[in-house]
Design a protein around this ligand. Sequence first.
Ligand code: FAD
Ligand code: NAP
Length: 282
Amino acid sequence: MANQTNCSILSAKYTPQTVLSKTVWLSDKLFSLKVSRDPAFHFAPGQFARLGLSISAADILTPNEWRAYSMVSHPSEDALEFFSVVVPDGKFSPTLAALAPGDTLWINKTVFGFLTLDQFADGDDLWLVSTGTGLSAYISMLREASTWQRFKRIVVLHGVRHAGELAYRDELLHLQNQHSTLGERTDKAALVYLPVTSQEPLKPELSPAITPQHLSANRLTTLLARGELEERTGVTLDPERSRIMLCGNPAMVTDMRALLAERGFAAGRRGVAGNLAVENYW
Ligand SMILES: Cc1cc2nc3c(=O)[nH]c(=O)nc-3n(C[C@H](O)[C@H](O)[C@H](O)COP(=O)(O)OP(=O)(O)OC[C@H]3O[C@@H](n4cnc5c(N)ncnc54)[C@H](O)[C@@H]3O)c2cc1C
Ligand SMILES: NC(=O)c1ccc[n+]([C@@H]2O[C@H](COP(=O)([O-])OP(=O)(O)OC[C@H]3O[C@@H](n4cnc5c(N)ncnc54)[C@H](OP(=O)(O)O)[C@@H]3O)[C@@H](O)[C@H]2O)c1
């Protein structure tokens, strides 16, 4: 019987993994999980996995709900890391949020997604634009050494409703301190990290790089339309030199994409690299 179970797990499209640790960024809203990893599970920064849970199923050993989640971890890390929102009436995320170390999470063996840096020809500035948990895919890219060698500057924009939702801020501020010089190409890019809150003004201590007049509550799209994104970051958008990724809320992606199209940005087509790559989270 045990042998039969082992055989069916091996032939299944997914593997059972174990939750190793959990970080709660904001109670009842945002958390990250570190999960054991099947040695055969390989991915590129920016790709996503399909996570499975057994939700109200007769057989608790068979996952019956699946959702896409970007890997936050670097491909070489022993554990996989995921960053999740809790959708109040969601079918999947509240159960995912209730997992504790030792619990099982199922992971599809196949990885998915094209929000990867190989979509772009080299450029000077890489803009990583996210709302909410859309930041997930970028953390993995920023943990990859070659990302820092391909660009002169990396601009990370993280749009959230409230400052308490600025997950991974310490890691981003640490990277910003490590890579703080805007200048000629070296082996390391400079990082500009710009958190933006839409429902309350930012406090200065949350974003040391921002001057007081740049703390007002806003959406990323409003800032782009007003020219304030470039003013706040000190980096000019230029279709020849800038490469932009958009990830997160589909309405943000649509609106941002339309604004960027007016500035000469478009996704690649038929093997021709573009200067824009996007991923919608729902
Ligand atoms: C390619 C891809 C990658 C994804 N990566 C992540 C990830 O890294 N982290 C993550 O938390 N989610 C991610 N998602 C979303 C995730 O798959 C689920 O939709 C989410 O966990 C909610 O599941 P649910 O069943 O609780 O609610 P669902 O029934 O799936 O969604 C209900 C509603 O909740 C809202 N919603 C869904 N996901 C989010 C979100 N991430 N942020 C804010 N509002 C949301 C939308 O209004 C949606 O209509 C990704 C989705 C895709 C397509
Ligand atoms: N029922 C409620 O009142 C309520 C309240 C909060 C969250 N929620 C739920 O909580 C979940 C997570 O919410 P979340 O805040 O993490 O994610 P979210 O809804 O995607 O919001 C993240 C950020 O994206 C911004 N945004 C939304 N649409 C945009 C657009 N078209 N252009 C530019 N920016 C845009 C939001 O600004 P804005 O703040 O200006 O929209 C916010 O700053 C969702 O399921 C949501 O429905 C519900």
